[in-house]
Design a protein around this ligand. Structure first.
Ligand code: NAP
Length: 523
């Protein structure tokens, strides 16, 4: 008998078999141990793999034993058909009947109350034979259990209203609601439902026995909202408000119309949906506002959209105060469905900032939690705003100007011992900060500025390689929003103002660094 705790067993097996190896190996070892077992197979022999780890991890196998006509055979009982299992069972029962197979001896018996002990005993890995849990020695069987999670069952006797159409996230949520038992969904959007995506959602819902009522109109028009409520074949009992519009642009160059466009569906639309429900005296099981994390953390170029989201968060609190159901979902960037899923912005912009993308399945779980929070009060301390899609270890404060007061001073060491200004040590940043007072030659300052700003750009663009300082910034996808972020960083860290025009005019990182150094020297 050899130990399977180290790889030495293979050498010992080869030694006692005079270098021949074994004909059959039933293997459940993983990693290096699996390779050692495979190496021990004799000419024409077989290794039968009963473990799954290396297969699932898609690991590789040495080709050398195949040169000796060896076979590697994977065996997973769960993939057998019932007919095959029944054949095998007959063979096994026959072997037991003829006493070729005997039961393993029982090495330890635990009562139900001591299940935990039984697992600990097995975990030590020192037993041979069966570990049995028996009720024979138990007086009262009280087993600790984890309660099953609350199941979401939507009601067939009412309608659910989705504002915002079913081309984006709405489509995925409609099908999810149909899967959870909804039989009537009514949708409102301005552009209609003739497109392929909407049609697919309608037929998927129909296949699940759910009727989708379609209403063409705007949530910002109260009469359209009234029509949506009356279009519903059964009284509306739940609302999801996902109508939204984006008009991204730096605030100072935004027109009044561009400022209002994203705000209106969120502010006026939310009021309309609420007011008509009140007018009709409807008792809603849930009122969900699809708000965004950008309202909480801010997002360059989205002053208009974030305003709408902040309003929705406050509105959820307002409804809760009235004793009405409400939940505002601060969604992070959503992958797979919705407007961002087809956009490259997801990797470049968000992930580098600690905003973690929400996959479709997780989106459904978030919706489930939000509905159950309103129908079953999962968390009695909830404020009505659910924050999602955010990785707390990566503070959002770094590049965000409005949080600058919360950060340690630039270049200083944080409580966790990290340099908050990024990877560059305090030397280069300090060098730039003292440019006006210290006698430092311009080339040294320029080199420091290129390095420091390169780090900031890498982080903002979400790229791993430093930028070529002489290459046009546009080649790296630097747009007006990235430029504004860099400008904000320069303002906060170096206390100088570089206008957006100056930043845009400097076509390369080197040219921009020169502008910065010239300004620093003039201070
Ligand atoms: N996708 C994401 O990553 C993400 C992240 C955070 C938060 N969110 C939030 O999630 C919700 C849904 O996002 P999504 O990705 O599904 O966006 P989407 O695909 O752009 O869908 C939003 C829909 O709203 C409709 N709409 C705009 N104004 C309207 C109005 N006045 N009346 C009725 N419908 C109107 C538009 O359709 P019509 O033009 O046909 O009206 C549009 O298709 C939004 O509230 C958004 O703020 C999304």
């Amino acid at each position: 008998m050899f130990s399977s705790r180290t790889t030495s067993f293979s050498k010992e097996i080869m030694k006692i078999t005079n270098g021949r190896g074994v004909d059959v190996c039933l293997n459940s070892l993983t990693g290096d141990m699996l390779h050692e077992s495979w190496r021990c197979i004799a000419e024409d022999g077989s290794l039968i793999e009963i473990g799954k780890k290396d297969i699932l991890d898609r690991n590789s196998l040495s080709m050398e034993p195949f040169d000796r006509n060896c076979s590697y055979r994977a065996f997973d009982l769960s993939r057998f058909t019932w007919e095959r299992i029944s054949e095998i069972s007959e063979d096994v029962l026959d072997l037991i009947h003829r006493r070729h197979l005997r039961p393993l001896h029982i090495c330890a018996v635990f009562s139900f109350e001591n299940i935990v002990e039984a697992f600990r005993y097995m975990q030590r890995g020192s037993h041979i034979g069966k570990v049995v849990i028996s009720f024979e020695n138990s007086k009262i069987t009280k087993v600790p259990i984890r309660p099953a999670s609350q199941e979401l069952r939507l009601r067939p006797d009412g309608s659910y209203l989705y504002a915002g159409g079913i081309k984006g996230m709405g489509g995925s949520l409609a099908v999810y609601m149909a899967c959870r038992g909804a039989k009537n969904i009514v949708v409102i959007s301005r552009s209609g439902y003739d497109d392929a995506k909407s049609q697919k959602v309608i037929s998927d819902c129909k296949a699940l026995g759910c009727h989708v009522g379609l209403m063409k109109g705007s949530v910002t028009e109260i009469d359209d909202v009234r029509r949506a409520y009356t279009t519903a074949s059964k009284p509306v009992i739940g609302i999801i408000h996902g109508a939204a519009m984006l008009r991204d642009r730096p605030l100072f160059s935004m027109t009044l119309e561009e400022f209002h466009d994203p705000i209106l569906p969120k502010v006026k639309g939310t009021w309309n949906l609420h007011n008509v429900a009140q007018e009709l005296g409807l008792k809603l099981d849930f009122f969900i506002l699809l708000s965004s994390l950008s309202g909480l953390l801010g997002q360059p170029g989205q002053a208009n959209y974030t305003t709408g989201n902040v309003f929705q968060d406050s509105f959820a609190t307002y409804r809760l105060q009235q004793g009405l159901a409400a939940s505002s979902l601060n969604l992070g960037p959503v992958d797979e469905v919705g407007w961002l899923s087809s956009s490259k912005v997801l990797d470049r912009f968000f992930e580098s900032r600690g905003w973690s993308a929400i996959k479709e399945k997780l989106l459904h779980r978030i919706l489930r939690a939000s509905i159950l929070q309103q129908t079953h009060t999962l968390n009695p301390y909830s404020t009505g705003v659910m924050i999602t899609g955010f990785v707390p270890e990566k503070p959002p404060f770094e590049a965000v100007h409005r949080f600058s007061a919360l950060r340690p001073a630039a270049g200083s060491v944080s409580a966790r011992g990290e340099n908050f200004s990024g990877g560059f040590g305090r030397n280069k940043l300090d060098l730039l900060k003292n440019a006006a007072n210290a006698d430092i030659d311009k080339d040294t300052l320029l080199a420091a500025a290129v390095d420091v700003m390169n780090e900031v750009m890498m982080r903002n663009l979400g790229v791993k390689e430093p930028l070529d300082a002489a290459r046009p910034l546009a080649d790296y996808g630097v747009d007006s929003l990235t430029t504004i972020e860099l400008r904000n960083w320069i303002r906060v860290e170096l206390a100088i103002d570089v206008s957006v025009l100056e930043s845009m005019r400097a076509r390369t990182l080197k040219a921009l660094s020169e502008t910065v150094v010239n300004k620093l020297l003039r201070c």
